[in-house]
Design a protein around this ligand. Structure first.
Ligand SMILES: Nc1ncnc2c1ncn2[C@@H]1O[C@H](COP(=O)(O)OP(=O)(O)OP(=O)(O)O)[C@@H](O)[C@H]1O
Ligand SMILES: [Mg+2]
Length: 263
C-alpha cells in the first residue's frame, strides 16, 4: 500500500516541484514503485521532466471524470518504476471547474484510494502554492506533508502563516493531518542570512525539520532547463545527493517498516 507524500506551501518558488520530482525519482531508482502526481495548474512537472505535450489525459479526468481508471490516464516516466499523473488543468475554465469539484476536499484522497494506493509504494503529490481547494485535496490525500522552505529572510514569516493554516485545517477538517517535516531548500552556506534562518528554524522547530538540507545547486537549474532530473544528469552533484539523502531520511524516519521494497 502506497504512502502518499505531498509537497505543500502557500509560498511560491520554494522548491515544491523540484523536491517532488527528485524525491519521486530517488524512490523509483531505489526500486520503489512510485507515482508522481502534479496537481498544480502551472503544470511545472512537465517542464522539469521535458514533457512538451500538456493536452494529454491526467488530473483533469481525476476530478471531471472520476470513474476513469488510473491505467487510462497514467504515463510512464523516464525511469523504471516511475509513473506520472500530469496536470492538464492549465486552461482557466478547466481550472475553475476542477476547483469547484475540489470543494469536496476528499475527492483526490478517495480517488487515489480506489485507483492507485494498492499499486504503488509511494505516491508523491506536487501541490499548487496556495490554500486553494486543490491544495487542500493534496494535503488531505497525504499520509505525510513536507513543507519546503527557502532559506531566506521572509521564510519564517511565510512558515508561520502556513503552520497557522495547517492547524486550522487540523482543527476544522482533519485532525489526522500529519506534517512530516520542514525541508530547507536552496541553502547557500556562504550567505550569512541563510545560516541565520537555518539556525533559527532548527532552534524553533527541532525535530520537525529534516536533517537533510537541499543546497542551492546550479546543476538543478541546468538539468531542469534541459528537462532532465539532476540525479540522472549529475549524480554526484550536491542537489542529487541531497535528494537521495532526503529519500533515505524519509524511509528511516517514517516509512521503512510499512513498505515492502519492490524487486
Ligand atoms: N536546490 C536548488 N538549487 C537551485 N535552484 C533550485 C533549487 N530548487 C529549486 N530551484 C529552482 O528554483 C525555482 C523554483 O523551484 P520550484 O519550481 O521547484 O518551486 P515551487 O515551490 O514548485 O514553485 P511554484 O510555487 O511556482 O510551484 C526553479 O527554477 C527551480 O529550478
Ligand atoms: Mg511548483
Amino acid at each position: 500500500m502506497a504512502k502518499v507524500i505531498t509537497f505543500a506551501s502557500q509560498k511560491g518558488g520554494v522548491g515544491k516541484t523540484t523536491s517532488a520530482v527528485h524525491l519521486a525519482t530517488a524512490f523509483a531508482l531505489g526500486g520503489y514503485k512510485t507515482l508522481l502526481v502534479d496537481l498544480d495548474p502551472q503544470g511545472s512537472v512537465h517542464h522539469s521532466l521535458g514533457i512538451d505535450k500538456q493536452d494529454s489525459l491526467g488530473v483533469r479526468e481525476v476530478f471531471c471524470t472520476p470513474e476513469v481508471k488510473l491505467s487510462e490516464i497514467v504515463q510512464t516516466g523516464k525511469h523504471q518504476n516511475l509513473d506520472l499523473l500530469l496536470s492538464n488543468i492549465q486552461d482557466l475554465l478547466v481550472e475553475q471547474t476542477v476547483n469547484k469539484i475540489a470543494v469536496d476536499y476528499y475527492h483526490l484522497a478517495q480517488w487515489l484510494e480506489q485507483n492507485a494506493v494498492s499499486s504503488y509504494d509511494f505516491i508523491i503529490v506536487d501541490a499548487p502554492a496556495s490554500t486553494s481547494s486543490l491544495s487542500i485535496n493534496a494535503m488531505l490525500a497525504a499520509d505525510y506533508i513536507v513543507v519546503p522552505l527557502e532559506c531566506e529572510a521572509l521564510a519564517i514569516k511565510s512558515l508561520k502563516r502556513f503552520l497557522q493554516a495547517f492547524k486550522e485545517l487540523q482543527r476544522t477538517i482533519e485532525p489526522k493531518l500529519r506534517l512530516a517535516g520542514i525541508l530547507l531548500t536552496m541553502y547557500d552556506e556562504t550567505i550569512l542570512s541563510h545560516q541565520q534562518v537555518c539556525k533559527q528554524i532548527y532552534q524553533a522547530l527541532g525535530d520537525s525539520v529534516f536533517k537533510t538540507i537541499i543546497p542551492n545547486c546550479p546543476h538543478i537549474l541546468e538539468a531542469s532547463s534541459l528537462g532532465i532530473d539532476v540525479i540522472q544528469r549529475h549524480l554526484n552533484s550536491a542537489g542529487a545527493t541531497g535528494y537521495i539523502r532526503l529519500a533515505n531520511e524519509l524511509l528511516d524516519r517514517f516509512l521503512l517498516p510499512d513498505v515492502e521494497k519492490a524487486g
